[in-house]
Design a protein around this ligand. Sequence first.
Ligand SMILES: [Zn+2]
Length: 56
Amino acid sequence: MSESKFSKNLIKLRCETCKMVNYYSRKNKKLVERKLAYKKFCKHCRKHTAHKEAKR
Ligand SMILES: [Zn+2]
């Protein structure tokens, strides 16, 4: 099914401070080989924190 193909590249972006998953993203392994890390607003910490990808 096409759904499994979609979820294959779906990753979680987890706040490094409180470990809560706040965002979801899709990664193209052909383009991105290193671990993703974004600075995003965490509603739990109420500030911008580092968000790193987590396994499903
Ligand atoms: Zn947080």
